[in-house]
Write a protein that binds this ligand. Structure first.
Ligand SMILES: Cc1ncc(COP(=O)(O)O)c(C=O)c1O
Length: 370
């Protein structure tokens, strides 16, 4: 039985009527850029994230770019982040003219090590971008304590609606950082029917300037206080996302159930390490990522059986050819490099059937001879 890594058609089938009705309304209104539907989604995402403000933009990449710009990160500045992440995290740092400074990850969670971030701080450090990888939050409060006074951009592209218990209270992804950034790329837990992104913050001044920056830097049309970007969220995406948002918590809970099913089933396998979730975290499992021996052979074996899997990420960013100018070498971030050689993400989407889950379990077990 084929089990794709992700089956967006299966999800669409469950919400077709709501989504198509919402899209039809936009088409009939012929109002496509920003507008009341984007404002509605901004209010909804701010409420979900426990933030005072949310500002929509064209993608998760742009959300990072705008966040870096609003914090005035540019030439001569350093921005601390991890190399075990999607390219956009560091690509945007480069694209604002700043220098990415890569620090290693925790071997269990794949998230930034606060002490490594502290050790990398210099007089040129302008911000830190911890990434909430695969659906669980980085230890944001520990990063903030380790880097007193340094603005924090939480790359929560994979983690909308995830939460972390801090001093006995649930804090949402994006809530306590200076700015949190989300992606609505279709494969995310809250995915649009195209590109989209959003920034959340508690700071009114930052929110106001972010709104300007996404519209060429002008508060008033044709008058520009600074040079910004064209990075707007469109109403069609906002309509789809608002229709999907009420389902998000249920979908993420189903992903957690699927993750628990796999982790139980793989617990006795030598050569397989199931995902480790920090006890303070509730993950939304955007990915279910194993660390395994003979990873590439396992992936080929699964592929032969029609089971989708993916390696996120095969080459850490500090070793990417485009960042050779930064001077990192093999061994600079050993945990990131080890992870890149061992990780394999399995199908975890909420619509997986029990039979599909069992197919994945049986196949992984068969590969390891159990
Ligand atoms: C960690 C991380 N940061 C940033 C992004 C960029 O988001 P987008 O694809 O919406 O530009 C992604 C998306 O894949 C991501 O996973």
């Amino acid at each position: 039985m084929p089990v794709p890594l992700l089956d967006l058609r299966a999800q669409h089938a469950t919400i077709r009527d709501e989504v198509v009705a919402a899209m039809t309304e936009v088409v009939e209104s012929q109002s496509f850029i920003l507008g009341p539907l984007v404002e509605k989604l901004e209010r909804e995402v701010a409420a979900l994230s426990h933030t005072a403000y949310a500002v929509g933009c064209a993608s998760g990449t742009d959300a990072l770019l705008l966040a870096l710009r609003v914090l005035d990160c540019g030439k001569g500045d350093e921005v601390i982040t991890t190399p075990f992440t999607f390219f956009a995290t560091a690509g945007t740092i480069h694209n604002v003219g700043a220098t990415p400074v890569f620090v290693d990850i925790d071997a269990d969670t794949f998230n930034i090590l606060p002490e490594a971030a502290a050790a990398a701080r210099t007089s040129r450090s302008k911000a830190c971008v911890p990434v909430d990888l695969f659906g669980q939050m980085a230890p944001i409060e520990r990063v903030m304590t380790a880097l007193p006074g340094l603005p924090i951009i939480e790359d929560a592209a994979q983690t909308i609606g995830a939460r972390r218990s801090i001093d006995g209270e649930w804090r949402m992804a994006g809530e306590i950082a200076t700015i949190g950034t989300f992606s609505f790329f279709p494969s995310k837990n809250l995915g649009g029917y195209g590109d989209g992104g959003m920034m959340v913050t508690q700071d009114e001044g930052l929110a106001t300037r972010l709104k300007r920056l996404r519209m060429h830097g002008g508060a008033k049309q044709y008058f520009h206080d600074e040079v910004g970007f064209n990075s707007r969220l469109d109403s069609l995406q906002a309509a789809v996302l608002s229709a999907k948002l009420p389902h998000l918590a249920g979908w993420s809970a189903k992903r957690r159930t699927n993750a628990a099913y796999y982790s139980d089933a793989f617990a006795d396998l030598d050569g397989v390490r199931v995902p480790v979730i920090d006890p303070a975290n509730e993950s939304i499992f955007n990915q279910y990522t194993l660390r395994v021996e003979r990873r590439d052979d396992l992936q080929s074996f699964l592929e032969e059986r029609g089971i989708g899997s993916a390696v996120y990420y095969p080459l850490p960013l500090h070793l990417q050819p485009c960042f050779a100018y930064l001077g990192y070498t093999k061994g600079s971030c050993p945990e990131s490099e080890r992870a890149a050689g061992e990780v394999l993400s399995l199908p975890i989407y909420p619509e997986l059937t029990k039979a599909q889950l069992d197919e994945v379990v049986d196949s992984v077990r068969a590969f390891y001879g159990r």
